[in-house]
Design a protein around this ligand. Structure first.
Ligand code: C5P
Length: 251
């Protein structure tokens, strides 16, 4: 089931300095609407990067995946809101009290969307066993089951935006009362022309993510470090946008 509106591309600025980020922004300006600032860049030069991105007209997803006691997360969300970012996220496995505190804090900033991270797209069934996520009956839980449980927890505590693998979007688009209202943000996108999935374990192509019903496709390495035949981040972004258009226009 496709999303109600055409999915958008979010380019992950996974670089280490303001200068490198500015080079990418200059290349992508006017073509890409959304950028993601994650841990590395935020820790290095975060506020300056966010100011630059906003001044150049980009929307900004601050991807710091907060998980802490409810008071700390609530205060961090408010600080993100004051920074003027358009999207921010928490880990849903922080529990109901933390999620509800984050949702309440985010509600003070109506222009900012709060997302809940379900199961990281680098995780496998083995990862879940390592961190002791198991079924009570003893059989190992697979990521989709944990994703569904966390989405249920997020929805019942005030969150409608979810970060998941594009492989899980189809199940979530058939998720009872919440299916239509979920905003699904999917990293782990690998076009056929991109080198390898890297550390991403639950990846799909752009076409598969769009067909399944993703709202936002997050792409990092295939854009900021494109294969040599694609040459530039601008070319890579244009290709992905064309692939989104094509998949979207198909019935
Ligand atoms: O380079 P690549 O396209 O794999 O980058 C994916 C981006 O999405 C990274 O910035 C990563 O931190 C982020 N992300 C992810 N999986 C999640 C949440 C965020 O890969 N579950």
């Amino acid at each position: 089931m496709k999303a109600k509106t055409k999915p958008q591309l979010i380019v992950a600025l996974d670089v280490g300095s303001h200068d490198e980020a500015l080079t990418l922004m200059t290349d992508l300006r006017g073509t890409v609407e959304w950028l993601k600032v994650g841990m590395e860049l935020f820790v290095a030069e975060g506020h300056e990067v966010i100011k630059s991105a906003k001044a150049l007209g980009f929307k900004v997803f601050l991807d710091l995946k907060f998980k802490d006691i409810p008071n700390t997360v609530s205060r961090a969300i408010k600080a993100a809101g004051k920074l003027g970012v358009d999207m921010v996220n928490i880990h849903l496995d922080g529990g109901s009290e933390m999620i509800a505190a984050a949702a309440k804090a985010a509600s003070e900033f109506p222009g900012m969307t709060l997302l809940g991270v379900t199961v990281l797209t680098s995780s496998t069934p083995k990862t879940l066993i390592e961190v002791n996520v198991r079924k009570v009956a003893g059989h190992p839980m697979v990521p989709i089951e944990q994703v569904m449980d966390l989405v249920r927890l997020g929805c019942s505590n005030g969150i409608r935006g979810m970060v998941c693998s594009p492989q899980e979007v189809n199940s979530l688009r058939n998720f009872g009362d919440y299916a239509d209202t979920l905003i699904l943000v999917t990293p782990a996108i690998r076009p056929p022309w991109a080198a390898t999935p890297d550390d991403q374990k639950r990846a799909t192509t752009v076409q598969e993510a769009v067909e399944a019903g993703s709202n936002f496709l997050v792409v990092g390495r295939p854009v900021y470090a494109p294969p040599t035949n694609i040459k530039t981040p601008f070319n890579a972004a244009c290709r992905i946008l064309a692939e989104i258009d094509e998949a979207w226009s198909q019935n």
